[in-house]
Write a protein that binds this ligand. Structure first.
Ligand SMILES: Cc1cc2nc3c(=O)[nH]c(=O)nc-3n(C[C@H](O)[C@H](O)[C@H](O)COP(=O)(O)OP(=O)(O)OC[C@H]3O[C@@H](n4cnc5c(N)ncnc54)[C@H](O)[C@@H]3O)c2cc1C
Ligand code: FES
Length: 508
């Protein structure tokens, strides 16, 4: 179940595992959008960079995204103004607006063919009760835009009551000149540009630790190390827990995506609902036509998807309402880090680790945010003041003013710590059906069991190798998922997703 983006770029893989020790200026961990964008800007400045990834280029979240390049992060600006004030919201708006043109500039400068196209973006509601939120957001966006363009006073965000999707809405916010692209074609283009500028990229090279001594960092892989003055942790969920404590201020949310041949002409534009359940739509070039990329069905990572409300089912049912003859060509899912205050963590990893930087917590809007992060981190390394760095400060712990949001988010994070540690599900081996999994107790110890379709048993220790939470069985993907911070493992115990990077203990 890999994405359309991954399947359509299989031939572009970069296989260069680290086989020596190195010294460099900056060592970047992670070759997703955040790591590659940072590497690109640094290499462009003539700085020596080495990027390490445990997988291939962009095979994790960035290769499974929906890849809309927009400053409209669903409903965000009214919330930011009310929670943090006008100046804060304006910086968020401006940094993401600039990120769209920065990405376009990279594509033009480096001649990257990645199906980039400008599109109007819509945030819509089908619920009359949510119309006030839509109007408030329009007011917020336009007021921020007017501060930036004092002479122009243009209407940047428009209210519309109809659009190109085949269903009725109560209202939508339309913002012009947003964009979409093929994220992996872009990332392979970035990798080529980094290498042309002297940067080095190693794939299939898992980083197991980073240590600091006398102002020099050593990044360890299984057999080799890299010494550097600067470190950038762009591993999505930071694989290093201390002293950053990111596990205490983020959780992960999974969303599902379908690539659909609708067997009919498709629309222009990119769309996302503001009300729940969330549905997101865009199109993508596919052979000589377009396919529909539809996403949604989200749930907190580590909790089994509810077949009616989450996962592929809800997407498929919705798609078939409008395109009864459609064919589902691709199905995939991925997840992203959600921060307590909805703002990414970008900048110093911890006040105790000088020259170590982090880019994470993109709240499912990492295409522009990773570009913002790359600019901030480059400027920190070059010693240049960046007007946006303050609002994204990763070491922040300031309480937010929006009490309602704070309560919601905090309760979700707390739930992830508490519930699964105390509620231990019990089943016995014969109760687990073929092609299913669960936890059984043997002599008081919990054992995670998966029985394949022929009844062959795969047994693992269902204790997460990150910080020890009890894993839950996800029968949709046949994976062990962690409800605490969202690590995932396949049924054989192999680690699939961060923040854990070690496999589960296996039993005969
Ligand atoms: C379903 C979905 C749809 C989305 N759609 C959009 C969208 O339309 N627009 C938008 O703006 N955003 C979107 N996002 C968000 C966006 O895709 C992500 O925020 C972004 O791709 C994250 O990039 P990243 O570089 O931080 O992470 P990744 O792409 O996951 O990169 C991290 C890399 O680090 C590597 N790594 C991890 N640990 C180690 C280690 N120990 N050693 C070596 N390497 C390591 C991984 O292999 C990986 O390649 C979406 C997210 C989801 C879940
Ligand atoms: S992901 Fe943190 S304990 Fe599992």
């Amino acid at each position: 179940m890999s994405s359309y983006w991954i399947q359509s770029t299989k031939n572009l893989k970069l296989n260069e595992k680290i086989t020596n020790n190195y010294e460099t200026d900056v060592c970047i961990i992670g070759a997703g959008l955040a790591g590659l964008s940072t590497g690109y800007y640094l290499a462009k400045e003539g700085i020596n960079v080495i990027i390490l990834d445990k997988d291939n280029i962009g095979q994790k979240v960035s290769g499974n995204t929906t890849a809309k390049i927009t400053l409209q992060h669903n409903l965000i600006y009214d919330y930011l103004i009310k929670s943090f004030g006008m100046d804060f919201a304006m910086k968020y708006f401006k940094s993401n607006k600039e990120a769209i043109s920065n990405i376009k500039k990279i594509i033009d400068d480096e001649n990257i063919e990645c199906d980039f196209e400008y599109q109007d973006n819509y945030v819509y509601t089908t619920n009359q009760d949510d119309i006030t939120k839509i109007h408030n957001e329009i007011k917020a966006i336009n007021s921020l835009n007017n501060i930036l363009n004092l002479n122009e006073k243009d209407i940047f965000a428009d209210f519309v009551t109809s659009f190109n999707l085949p269903f009725k809405i109560c209202g939508a916010i339309k913002v012009k000149d947003q964009a979409q692209f093929h994220p992996l074609k872009y990332m392979f283009g970035l990798s080529k540009a980094i290498k042309n500028k002297g940067g080095i990229i190693f794939t299939n090279s898992l980083v197991t630790d980073v240590k600091q001594k006398d102002g020099v960092y050593t990044t360890y892989t299984d057999k080799h190390f890299i010494k550097s003055k600067y470190i950038v942790i762009a591993s999505h969920f930071p694989f290093k827990d201390f002293p950053g404590f990111y596990f205490s201020k983020m959780y992960q949310s999974t969303s599902y995506v379908l690539g659909i041949d609708t067997k009919s002409d498709l629309f222009d534009g990119m769309y996302i609902s503001s009300d729940k359940p969330t549905f997101s739509y865009r199109t993508a070039k596919y052979k000589d036509k377009k396919i529909l990329i539809m996403a949604g069905g989200d749930h907190k990572t580590g909790y089994a998807p509810d077949n009616n409300q989450t996962g592929y089912n809800i997407l498929e049912q919705e798609a078939k309402k409008y395109y009864p003859n459609c064919e589902i060509l691709y199905r995939w899912n991925t997840r992203d880090c959600i921060t307590i205050d909805k703002v990414p963590y970008i900048g110093d990893f911890s006040n105790l680790m000088p020259n170590m930087f982090v880019a994470t917590g993109f709240n499912k809007w990492g295409i522009t945010s990773s570009n913002v992060a790359a600019n901030i981190i480059r400027d920190k390394i070059l010693g240049i003041k960046n007007e946006y760095s303050k609002i994204y400060e990763a070491t922040r712990f300031s309480p937010i003013k929006n009490a309602h949001e704070m309560k919601n988010i905090t309760s979700q994070v707390l739930k992830s710590f508490v519930t699964n540690r105390i509620k231990i599900p019990e089943e016995n081996l014969s109760a687990i059906k073929n092609d299913n999994g669960g936890i059984i107790k043997v002599n008081g110890a919990s054992i995670g069991i998966y029985k394949d379709i022929n009844g062959k048993v795969f047994a693992v220790n269902p204790t997460c190798t990150h910080l020890g939470c009890l894993l839950t069985w996800n029968n949709l993907d046949k994976t062990w998922d962690c409800p605490c911070h969202g690590s995932r493992f396949d049924y054989t115990g192999k680690n699939l997703y961060d923040p854990a990077f070690k496999d589960l203990e296996r039993y005969e």
